[in-house]
Design a protein. Structure first.
Lengths: 292, 190
């Protein structure tokens, strides 16, 4: 299994742990990830709020690089994944846009590179049976609220990821790891995404509702697969406590970090020390049961 | 709820036509079921929820609509588009309103999303990838709210959640070309 792996800018800053855990998990499961040489930013929310040609061309430049590698593109960041898929959609459905984008990126691009999220690769290409057979530890009944946010599932006709209102991909992975995936209503609510700095007020209000609901559902941790969801739900707990006095103490882990732990990879290698809310309770639980 | 709109035919046509042109949405499809507003995570934080924006556009609102607070509180989560029974891309309407607000320089609002977007994109233009420290500095200097979130910086630096050095290895030439072409295309249109 070989893929062109697009890490995204946050892989080298706020979401180093997302990147490190994905790479470690891929290696353990025999997935070969090759970075496209010279990959560039997808433009994220800032570009699509500014200009359509810019918003489609920034991802397309990377898709063109991947086309030349003759591989499918695998993305871990939900925002990059979304932008790549939207760019493919724009280019393949709008001939005028296809022309503008091809001119901007300096090469003819038709929107044909297949874009996959790493969760899709884990579920569809590796498969739950293989994952289960490779696990060294179990989550042993850890209660996990799986949080998908917006960018994986919407717009659904473009991303085509799982179910738009009740996705279960992360839940299936958690169950395979021996955890209890919780039924809760905020799976696809929005955390505020890219407005973390520019509208902190909005983000604090949204994350408080999401983390609070996870807690009410009995969650011992939240599993995510988007660097913006992760930093918002994790870091903004400090602001929630300051503003409302409520201390949620809810660890927010990438699904690849949970999977890495169950594959026997060390917490440091998975970047667990980078979380703002400590994941010690999750790690201890696995440690205890590992010696059972 | 009563919606009052300013009647000024020339201005009115301009805004609707541009919103439909940029978003590719047929505004007449909306029948005000308000599913967009029901699912909107920021509706309760704003004065005009998405269904009201749709109605105002439908009734022929003018440029004053570009001052609506939801334009910059909208988190682009696309729940509205996903749930619209008529398949209207309400989120695309919001993107169009943002683009028009910038174009018509109506973009003055709390939090200053356009400034953040500019700071973000300027580092991408320069380095080919985002460079958090430069982006945060540009944004903070612009907003004059220098102390917001600074208490988190030491921890984030220690945890290497913010990169100190600018990104290397990106194909900056292509990124610069894209920015140039996008700007050219915009200028050609105007």
């Amino acid at each position: 299994m070989k893929y062109a792996y697009y890490p995204g800018c946050s892989a080298h800053s706020t979401a180093r742990d997302m990147h490190e855990s994905a790479v470690a998990v891929a290696e353990a499961l025999g997935i070969d990830l090759v970075e496209p040489p010279g990959w560039t930013c997808c433009g994220a929310t800032a570009a699509h709020q500014t200009d359509r040609v810019l918003a489609a061309s920034l991802p397309a430049a990377n898709l063109l690089k991947v086309r030349d590698m003759g591989l499918d593109m695998v993305v871990n960041c939900a925002a990059c994944y979304n932008r790549m898929k939207v760019a493919n959609h724009e280019v393949s459905t709008d001939p005028a846009m296809q022309k503008l984008v091809s001119d901007a990126v300096g090469g003819d691009y038709d929107g044909s590179v297949k874009v996959r999220h790493i969760i899709e690769v884990l579920l569809e290409d590796v498969g739950l049976d293989v994952i289960k057979a490779t696990l060294k530890r179990s989550l042993n009944g850890l209660q996990v609220a799986c949080y998908y946010g917006c960018l994986l599932v919407r717009p659904h006709e473009v991303t085509n990821f799982d179910d738009p209102e009740n996705p279960t991909s992360l839940d299936r992975l958690v169950s395979a790891m021996g955890g209890v995936s919780l039924d809760w209503p905020h799976k696809v609510e929005c955390c505020g995404g890219g407005l973390s700095m520019s509208r902190t007020d909005v983000v604090v209000s949204l994350t408080d509702a999401i983390v609070g609901m996870a807690k009410a559902a009995g969650a011992q941790c939240i599993a995510v697969s988007c660097p913006m969801c992760q930093i918002n739900l994790d870091m903004r707990q400090l602001d929630i406590e300051k503003q409302t006095g409520t201390r949620h103490d809810m660890p927010v882990l990438y699904i690849t970090q949970l999977l890495g732990l169950c594959l026997g990879i060390s917490p440091d290698e998975l970047g667990l020390n980078k979380l703002m809310v400590s994941s010690a309770s999750v790690i201890e639980r696995l440690e205890v049961h590992a010696h059972d | 709820m009563t919606i009052t709109i300013k009647k000024s035919s020339k201005e009115i046509e301009g805004l609707i036509r541009r919103v439909e042109e940029i978003s590719g949405v047929d505004l007449n499809l909306c029948y005000q079921c308000k599913k967009c507003t029901s699912g909107c995570p920021v509706a309760k934080l704003t004065k005009s929820p998405p269904s009201e924006i749709m109605r105002r556009l439908h009734l022929g609102a003018g440029d004053e609509l570009l001052g609506s607070d939801i334009i910059w509180a909208c988190v682009s989560c696309e729940t509205c588009s996903a749930r619209c029974p008529m398949g209207i891309e309400v989120a695309a309407v919001m993107d169009a309103l943002r683009i028009l607000a910038l174009e018509k320089k109506a973009a003055k609002q709390e939090g200053n999303v356009p400034l953040f977007n500019r700071a973000f994109l300027s580092t991408v233009k320069l380095f080919g990838r985002t460079y958090d420290i430069a982006m945060i500095a540009a944004y903070k200097i612009g907003t004059l709210k220098l102390m917001n979130d600074t208490e988190k910086f030491p921890t984030m630096l220690k945890k290497r959640k913010i990169a100190l050095l600018p990104p290397t290895g990106a194909d900056r030439k292509t990124t610069r070309r894209i920015f140039k072409k996008a700007k050219q295309n915009k200028a050609d249109k105007e």
